[in-house]
Design a protein around this ligand. Sequence first.
Ligand code: GLC
Length: 553
Amino acid sequence: MAFARTTADWWRDAVIYEVYIRSFADGDGDGIGDIAGVRQRLPYLAGLGVDALWLTPWYPSPMADGGYDVADYRDIDPVFGTLEDARALVEEAHGHGLRVLVDIVPNHTSSAHPWFREALSGGPGSPARKRYIFRPGRGPGGELPPNDWKSVFGGPAWTRITEPDGSPGPWYLHLFAPEQPDLNWDDAEVRAEFESILRFWFDRSVDGVRIDVAHGLVKAPGLPDIGSLDGKLLEGAGDSDHPHWDREEVHEIFQGWRTVADAYDDPRAFVAEAWAGFPERLARYVRPDELHTAFNFDYLMAPWRADHLRRVVDESLTALGAVGAPATWVLSNHDVARHVSRYARPQPDGPVRSLADLRGPADLRLGTRRARAAALLTLALPGGAYLYQGEELGLWEVEDLPEELLQDPTWQRSGHTDRGRDGCRVPLPWSGDGPPFGFSSDGAGTPPWLPQPDAWKPLTAEAQDRDPSSMLNLYRSALALRRSHPALGDGTLTWDSAPDDPVLSFVRTPGFRCVANLSGDPVTLPAHSEVLLASEELEGGRLPGDTTVWLAL
Ligand code: GLC
């Protein structure tokens, strides 16, 4: 294994690349990305300069939610490959100096999981039902859902079952799609099963685990109505007693998981997908005896505004620093509109949760320019970072996918009012002049599972490889510098711009300054001995608007 960082705390400043596997690279020509495709592209990822890969779920699944509906946590879906392919991928990634994280989905299984099938077929009173959350309905005939909880994808969070004898039965909880029944984490068997699943993958040399919906596992006793708390979590009511998000009791589960990870000689790491109301709540997931890191969604949702970004950076570093945990900065993932498209519109004062929070037509040139500046800002901050596949190519959100091709359950469940997340999941453009842009092997008959825009021609990895000023080469240069420069990665920063300055400037030791100009106008560069890297060409010693520069002091 040739890791660039071999220390026990590699996770404190790793740059981790999210591989949304069905859209990364298709090795067998069926139009869907797979393990063979990832293996072929490992040299590209190593050359990009990232430290690790996070692979989204690859388990057998009916794919009601892109694989986040898992039917068997210890195998691979045939559309992606086999367990042997997975083993080979981990081994080859290690050979390239890349660590590998897998995605574990503990809040819910697929409704096709043997446990849920058993729960349904067992009939009333079946002990198999205690692994899930079954409740009688309200109303005289039990025809109303047990409480007022809503599915994240729209509609009620409950579905009523029909008993094997044809009579109407109880309801089961699904915070996501009906094909994703929530597990009952009060059940000892559920807890033991997931610790065993962790060991299964750690025993297969996987270096870490991304935990899906980590903030959702524990539900309040009695499952009380949410009432006026609905939607409050994201608005900052983070210490409220929400009945199913971010409950205090989840932490005990993750302390147990940490014990599992720490039993291995080579350090294994967790990253939590935890949506908490504010940074102090998030920090509770990454206390020393708990998970290692958590995604920083406040940063992801920040508009491209200096005051907002600076506040998020400060609050995050303070809250995480108080528990000794590093920050992990992230701009995009498979659940949100790509940041080129978010930054392409006038920026609001508050957080951006979806394109619906933004107004005005998209100016993709501006969005791309800001995305370049954001990349250098992000990679200069203390801690680790997550990149989402395709951001290094400057891909934008595909906002005009034909409705009949949309696959995200959000589209159906919202009554066709929310197009969902397919626009950030369009298969990557690798090479060539038109779709499938090298995504599928040559001569493949099946087109990519979502259509790629013809306008991605200049954005293929091949086209950008030749262009020294491309987004791809900006990321490569930044990652190479980040790896070699002693000031970057884990550590601290000191601002040397005023809190309300539209130019963000901070110093890191030894000898490094990052200046991000979020004002519309050029500014004079501060003193420096050398320009290490800039997101745009400097204008005669001045830093243009929407540009970030790395300076040696
Ligand atoms: C997480 C995943 C998302 C999925 C949901 C339900 O938020 O990132 O893609 O739909 O969990 O598993």
